[in-house]
Design a protein around this ligand. Structure first.
Ligand SMILES: [Zn+2]
Length: 483
């Protein structure tokens, strides 16, 4: 048996252990207890389970490494549990059934949990390999996949004394992730002054078929935003001197998704129908020139609709369109270290009309906390100008790229030694637990790595077993070099 084969057997064993403990986010007690026992079984005596079920273990240095820097190896124990339609699967009680096909590991009709079982398994296996290392801390967090409860509630003292952090929750073997974005949920709401209108024609407008996508991963691709596009079309109507009132506007699925659809009902005078269609047609042509090759499937549909009982006041209609047009949706600034990496962006994600109010979500992200705060402090000004109420959640901190990292070149060298090729360094515009760690300890030198996983968060999730084995070898080599 080669080293690689032996490692893959060990990986399979750890995955089997994890698979027996259902671990959707917010239901981690069982897997947390299992991990405490597993660490004890591997001879680790200093193991702590905190009140949100994070598991924290301290592992003493091997002989000769007592003075080496303190290094954290960290992953999250929860997983996204999904099954194929019709497959009987209860995420709270069902085991994950593993299926190995050569080098590929996947589950039977469900997600696998390689995200982040691979990270957890790697840390456990490193303890079994007899590799040389300095003082180590191992942390398995909870609820990374929904609200990062584990990382947020983790006692800061487990982070503040660290020199190096290796987060094992990335998705590509050849990539060293060097940074992630912070973000903040915000909401703009305006109480509607409902009124009547003498106009007798209603049109249902739909911005439809936009590409959409994750606002962290794809905001730099220059896509259209179906909600903002609707507002821009409505602005063109106003600028053409056409009087109209909104009676509803709804669109988008989530604050962190670029909306693909938006529906609005407007009421106009029947005399203006021809002109409305003409202006909206011109708007569509302009849109397709601007988004040529990007949003070729997007369209603005116009259909007659039942005339609603009541409509927004003229000023509600005007102020909503103003605000949706004024708030930039897309990239504000690009990062200057990494190509295609946004530094500051924002997304209008959803909009709803209720009985009382119209409200929408706006989600700014940044790779640097001050930049995020700079934008956030301007948002209430837009709200004030347009008569909207503004609410803001807690900002998730960024993990800002450290161009002076000592850890990244050491990992790079170890990677080259094991694989014979150079890894790439990248940073992402999404959020990671490392943002929390960086916030608690900005002097910690952090990288995030991972094996080759595919279709994570879906029932087609899979992982390349040899890529986990290689990653473990590279981390082992890195620990040896951190002296
Ligand atoms: Zn993950």
């Amino acid at each position: 048996m080669t080293d690689q084969d032996r490692l893959i057997e060990m990986i399979m064993d750890e995955f089997k252990g994890l698979a027996r403990h259902p671990r959707p986010s917010h239901h981690e007690k069982a897997v947390s207890d299992y991990l405490v026992n597993r660490l004890h079984a591997l001879g680790v005596t200093d193991v702590i389970q905190d009140d949100v079920y994070n598991v924290i273990a301290n592992v003493p240095a091997t002989a000769g490494y007592e003075k080496a820097p303190l290094t954290l190896i960290q992953g999250h124990m929860d997983m996204v549990c999904v099954a194929k339609p019709g497959y009987p699967f209860d995420p709270l009680t069902s085991e994950i059934k593993l299926i190995r096909e050569g080098n590929i590991l996947h589950a039977d009709h469900t997600s696998l949990g390689a995200d982040d079982g691979a990270g957890v398994a790697s840390a456990l296996i490193l303890l079994q390999l007899g590799v040389e290392h300095g003082p180590l801390r191992i942390i398995f967090t909870t609820d990374e996949e929904t609200s990062m409860t584990g990382a947020t509630h983790l006692d800061s003292r487990y982070i503040q004394d660290l020199d190096y952090i290796i987060n094992v929750d990335s998705e590509e073997l050849d990539v060293i992730c060097m940074g992630s974005a912070g973000s903040c949920h915000t909401r703009f709401t305006r109480i509607i002054n409902w009124g009547e209108t003498a106009d007798t024609m209603a049109l249902h407008l739909q911005t439809h078929g936009f590409r959409g996508g994750h606002s962290g991963a794809t905001i730099h691709q220059g896509k259209g935003n179906a909600i903002q596009a609707m507002a821009e079309a409505l602005l063109d109507l106003r600028n053409a001197g056409i009087d109209y009132r909104l009676s509803s506007i709804n669109g988008g699925d989530a604050s962190n998704a670029i909306p693909a659809d938006c529906d609005a009902i407007i009421v106009i005078s029947p005399d203006n129908e021809g002109k409305v269609r003409e202006v909206l047609h011109a708007w569509s042509e302009k849109f397709h020139r601007m988004f040529h090759g990007i949003e070729d499937q997007a369209e603005l549909l116009i259909q007659p609709d039942e005339v609603p009982q009541r409509v927004f006041s003229a000023s509600d209609t005007e102020m909503l369109v103003d605000l949706l047009c004024m708030l930039h949706s897309g990239i504000y600034v690009m990062n200057q270290t990494y190509a295609n990496l946004p530094e500051l962006s924002a997304n209008i994600g959803t909009i709803q009309t209720t009985e009382e109010a119209v409200s929408f979500e706006y989600l700014p992200r940044s790779g640097e906390d001050d930049r995020l705060q700079e934008l956030l402090q301007k948002l209430p000004l837009f709200a004030k100008l347009t008569g909207f109420a503004y609410e803001q959640g807690n900002a998730e901190p960024a993990w800002t790229v450290n161009t002076e990292s000592k850890l990244a070149p050491i990992y790079e060298k170890a990677f080259e030694k094991i694989t014979g090729r150079k890894p790439r360094t990248e940073a992402i515009h999404g959020g990671l637990e490392t943002g929390r760690f960086y916030h608690l300890n900005p002097s910690a030198d952090i990288i995030s790595v991972g094996p080759n996983t595919h279709a994570i968060h879906s029932a087609d999730e899979s992982v390349e077993l040899d890529s986990i084995a290689i990653m473990i070898q590279v981390i082992a080599e890195t620990l040896k070099a951190l002296k």
